[in-house]
Every structure is written in structure tokens, then in C-alpha cells.
Design a protein around this ligand. Structure first.
Ligand code: GYE
Length: 340
């Protein structure tokens, strides 16, 4: 049952908004309350989504999941904003959602800190806030209703556990193992969780040396730059842990340039995260040893939470999306279903 909405956004407003989004400016949203609106629009649940950017294939898939879920046919009016990697843009978008009196605010916090003030404003306006993908470190937990995303710590631990088993199988469990870690965006939950999870397992192996742990912002270009300077310093890398596939693509290019082979039959063992299709192909061909999945298809889970809230049901403070681990042995079973 759709509930009647107290507020309305008129048909004109919707088209103005649409044109605005098509125009790609996305800074401010125009709501014209002039002509009363159609009954159909009155029933739509208005969801403002602030996406942090479009730095990776994962992020694009995450955006697509939101856009495919919050459609008119499903009963929603989606107001989407891409913050292009800037926290200040996210804060602006959230303020704009508040002034438009949306029914729900969904956002993916670029970094964990710095949200208290704007979320206080959302609370005062009575708008429930749902965190998507990453977490926000907020003193007052009542400022958001729930978070839907990955268990990043478990992802990092799984990377470490896989490596331990792999070295064991190769009879290298007691060898000195030199590791380079490319980390993602600073202060982001995914970076923090994957780093801490992997470090925890690394601490249990005194023969694992983390040679470098370098930030590359989840992008291919930054990863190339960083990997080139790492290779100037080190010619003895055994393992690369790269916290997303986009950075892995950059790193693999640099290894190739340097004549270093990677993966199942190569010099450097490669552990990646996200498991987008292009990376899964490299798992299949053996250039990447393992890809720890991070599931971007969060739209349906977020919608489920909204449905529960609409029905007055109790919801948890955190929902983890399901995720797998891909190696050459199992990747063939999944690759054809990968849409992103
Ligand atoms: O792994 C990376 C993206 O926070 C899970 O952000 C997300 C990460 C993802 O840009 O590719």
C-alpha cells in the first residue's frame, strides 16, 4: 500500500528536475510548487541520493543499482546527485534534499568524519537518513536510521586468510614474503576496514613484511603513478594487495611495463577487491590470483529498508550485503552473470 504524501512535487517540478539532471549540472534542484501536482506524483516516495563520485567501475555499478531500483514504476521519485569526490558537494546535496523536503536521504559518505552538523539538520527536518556503502562516524547514532553496505573488515581478513593458505599450498609458509598494499581513499570505511582486516592477519605471520602501504584513491591513474615509484624502490615484491580493481588494473600495467609477471604463474601474487567483470576475466586468465568481492548492488537492500520503515517495522542499525571470493577455480561459474 502506498501512503498518501503530505507534501507534493508537481509534475512541472519533476520535468524541470529531470531536465536539470539531464543537463548534468546537478548542483541545485528546482522545485516548482505552482500547479498542485498529479495524484500519481503525490504518491511517490521521494528519495534524495548523494553519491560520492564515479571513481571506479564499482561506483558506477552502485549508481546503476540505485537508479534501477528507485524508479517511478516502483513508486519512487529519485533525486540523484554526484558529488564528484568532494565532501563539500555531498553536504550541499544533503542540504538541498532537506530544503526540498524529500522523504528519505540516502548517501555514501566519502570519508567517515565531518557529518554531524548536516545530519543534525536532517534530523530537525524529520527526514530519515540511510547510509549506503560506507559508514559515518557520528557521535549521536540517532542521526541516521541504518546503514547498508559491506563488511570491509571481513573483506580485508579474507584477503589475508587466502594469502596464508596460498603460501601454505606453495610450501612458502615460512619464507620471507614482501608485500605492497595499495590503499583506497583516505578516511573511507572501505579503506579502513580492508587495511585493518588484512593487517590483523599479517600480524599473525612474522615472516610477512609490508614493504609499502600507499594510498591511490581507488583510481587507475593514481595507482599507476604510485606503483611506478614503488618499483623504483623495490625489486623484490612477492605480493600486491590492491584495495580495488581499478587500482589493480593500473598496477598490472606498470608490472607489465617493467617486465614483471603476475598471478597464478607469475612473479607477483595479486590480491584485488570488488570483483568487477574485467577483473574476473583476469582472474580467469590467471593474472589476478584472487578477487574479494564487494557487492555494489545495494539498491534493492536499501529499498527493502525503506519499505520496512514505511510499514513501521523495526530495522537494524546495519545490514551487510552478501559477498564471495573468486579464484581461478570458481570464477567460471559466476563470470557470465556479471553485468558490471
Ligand atoms: O571498493 C571502490 C570504490 O567504498 C566499497 O569504493 C567502496 C569502494 C570500492 O570506489 O572501488
Amino acid at each position: 500500500m502506498r501512503r498518501m504524501k503530505k507534501r507534493y512535487i508537481s509534475a512541472t517540478a519533476v520535468s524541470v528536475l529531470f531536465l536539470f539532471l539531464l543537463g548534468g549540472c546537478g548542483k541545485q534542484f528546482v522545485v516548482d510548487e505552482g500547479d498542485g501536482g498529479s495524484t500519481e506524483d503525490e504518491q511517490l516516495i521521494v528519495v534524495g541520493v548523494s553519491q560520492l563520485g564515479s571513481e571506479s567501475v564499482w561506483r558506477t555499478a552502485n549508481t546503476a543499482s540505485i537508479q534501477e531500483t528507485f524508479t517511478r514504476e516502483n513508486g519512487y521519485l529519485l533525486i540523484f546527485d554526484n558529488a564528484r569526490q568532494k565532501q563539500e558537494n555531498q553536504i550541499k546535496a544533503i542540504r538541498s534534499f532537506i530544503s526540498q523536503q524529500v522523504d528519505y536521504i540516502v548517501f555514501s559518505p566519502i570519508a567517515e568524519s565531518g557529518w554531524d552538523v548536516v545530519l543534525e539538520e536532517a534530523k530537525e527536518a524529520g527526514i530519515p537518513v540511510i547510509l549506503m556503502d560506507r559508514e559515518a562516524e557520528i557521535a549521536d547514532e540517532s542521526l541516521y536510521v541504518t546503514r547498508v553496505g559491506s563488511d570491509f573488515r571481513a573483506e580485508g581478513e579474507n584477503a589475508g586468510l587466502w594469502l596464508a593458505e596460498h603460501l601454505e599450498q606453495q610450501g612458502r609458509a615460512d619464507e620471507e614474503i614482501n608485500i605492497v598494499v595499495l590503499t583506497g581513499t583516505e578516511g573511507a570505511t572501505s579503506t579502513i576496514g580492508r587495511t585493518e582486516g588484512f593487517e590483523e592477519i599479517a600480524r599473525q605471520h612474522s615472516n610477512w613484511n609490508i614493504l609499502e602501504q600507499t594510498g591511490a584513491d581507488y583510481t587507475t591513474s593514481k595507482a599507476k603513478e604510485e606503483m611506478r615509484s614503488i618499483l623504483e624502490e623495490h625489486d623484490d615484491i612477492d605480493v600486491l594487495v590492491s584495495q580495488n580493481d581499478d587500482m589493480t588494473f593500473g598496477a598490472l600495467d606498470v608490472f607489465k611495463e617493467a617486465g614483471i609477471t603476475t598471478g597464478v604463474d607469475g612473479d607477483v601474487t595479486v590480491i584485488s577487491f570488488d570483483a568487477v567483470r574485467t577483473a574476473l576475466e583476469l582472474v580467469r586468465s590467471g593474472e589476478i590470483n584472487v578477487d574479494i568481492e564487494c557487492n555494489p548492488e545495494q539498491g534493492p537492500y536499501i529499498e527493502n529498508v525503506i519499505r520496512m520503515l514505511e510499514n513501521g517495522e523495526n530495522i537494524d542499525k546495519n545490514y551487510y550485503v552478501p559477498e564471495k571470493i573468486f579464484t581461478q577455480e570458481n570464477v567460471g561459474m559466476y563470470i557470465n552473470d556479471r553485468s558490471y
